[in-house]
Design a protein around this ligand. Structure first.
Ligand code: PLP
Length: 378
């Protein structure tokens, strides 16, 4: 096999042309800044697609999580339950506000927050010896919905705010309900490698229109309604620009197409790798992931390691990546609590899993070659 001339990526931006039309309109009307029609329309169009009443377009998914954490009222010393198997950006905003994360292990069926472990966490942090949490942040890993109905039910029962980090799962559904609608506050990311991108950006969504108004206020330096600059609260410079929002409007037109291409990639891996001792990242039968990243887990006891495959692919100019290293294993969070329901599922997924190239510009022929490379490692 020959090395690919052009690198095959995990996930890279795929542009279609309409993006430039919206950018051009912003230039032609000189609405380059501040805010403007693209921002307003991008918020409306995304909120409508997802099924939330309102949305605030922001510079990143991380800033959206930060404002969600503030809206949930997290203050210094407050506990926040967080998915353990995720990107650090899920958790860092808790620390921005002085909160203390407690990490919740995953279940095998979706690789997401285990409702049983979440229940155990609520039993431990019950407001007696240990304080109750202020919020729960749940992630839909790699575009696969968590058991969101159960998780929402547990949060409601305990009277705790649910924040859904849907950064990776835009367009994924349970039955016909989209992810990004289960939390009181929900966030999306439009970072370069996500299912659609604005080059960089994010969004906060909620049915609480007052909360979104407040988020927009914080995101524009908390400027009070005075002729001069009057400030009563800490502010941030978190709004998305009218140019990048134009990219988002163009991308949104192609979201469903991106999802079906991602799904085809997942299906081809599933079929093509069926003879290997591996399983693809699983999902619930009643759910429809957006298949952002195809991943697999090597069966226990197999001599082949994810690193062997990753290095092999790298030789041929193909990108792959280890699964997110669990937060409870990260040096920065080593003092923080971790709740599991028996065996530590996240450590096993991290040890034996790998994210496979899932770029929608990868052709079926290229994918076949990639799979041949993988097979040669077993
Ligand atoms: C990408 C990502 C984020 C952060 O989004 P940015 O737009 O990069 O700030 C947060 N959480 C998860 C799970 C992500 O994958």
């Amino acid at each position: 096999m020959e090395k690919f001339e052009n690198r095959v990526y995990l996930a890279s931006p795929t542009m279609h042309g309409e993006e430039q039309m919206y950018i051009k309109e912003a230039f032609d009307t000189n609405w380059v800044a501040p805010l403007g029609k693209n921002v307003n329309e991008f918020e409306k169009e995304t909120a409508k697609y997802v099924g939330c009443k309102d949305a605030a377009a922001l510079v990143s998914g991380t800033s959206a999580i930060h404002l969600a954490v503030k809206l949930a009222g997290v203050e210094r010393g407050d506990i926040v339950f967080c998915s353990d198997l995720t990107f650090a950006a899920t958790v860092n905003p808790v620390l921005y506000e002085g909160g203390i994360p407690v990490f919740i292990d995953s279940e095998k069926e979706t690789w997401n927050m285990n409702p049983k472990a979440l229940n155990a966490a609520f039993e431990k942090y019950n407001g007696k010896e240990l304080p109750k949490p202020k919020a729960v942040i749940v992630v839909n890993l790699y575009g696969t919905p968590a058991k969101l109905d159960e998780i929402k039910h547990i949060c409601d029962k305990n009277g705790v705010t649910l924040i859904e980090d849907a950064a990776e799962s835009l367009g994924a559904k349970i039955n016909d309900k989209q992810t990004g609608t289960y939390g009181k506050y929900n966030i999306l990311s439009f970072n370069g490698n996500k299912i659609i991108t604005t080059s960089g950006g994010g969004m906060l969504l909620s049915d609480d229109e007052e909360a979104i108004k407040k988020a927009r206020f914080w995101a524009t330096q908390s400027r009070e309604d005075f002729p001069w600059y009057e400030h009563k609260e800490i502010g941030y410079n978190y709004r998305l620009s009218n140019i990048t929002a134009g990219i988002g409007r163009g991308q949104l037109l192609h979201l469903d197409e991106h999802i079906s291409l991602k799904k085809a990639i997942y299906e081809r891996y599933k079929e093509g790798l069926a003879d290997l001792p591996v399983v693809m990242n699983p999902y619930m039968e009643n759910s429809e992931p957006n298949f952002w990243l195809s991943c697999f887990l090597i069966e226990e006891g197999c001599k082949t390691t994810p690193d062997m495959i990753r290095e092999k692919l790298a030789e041929y100019n193909v990108e792959s990546r280890p699964i997110w290293k669990p937060m409870h294993m990260q040096p920065i969070f080593k003092e923080d609590d971790f709740i599991t329901n028996g065996d530590c599922v996240d450590e096993a997924i991290f040890a034996r899993g790998l994210c496979l190239p899932s770029d929608i510009k990868m052709t079926p022929e290229q994918q076949d070659i990639v799979m041949e490379m993988m097979k040669s490692c077993f």
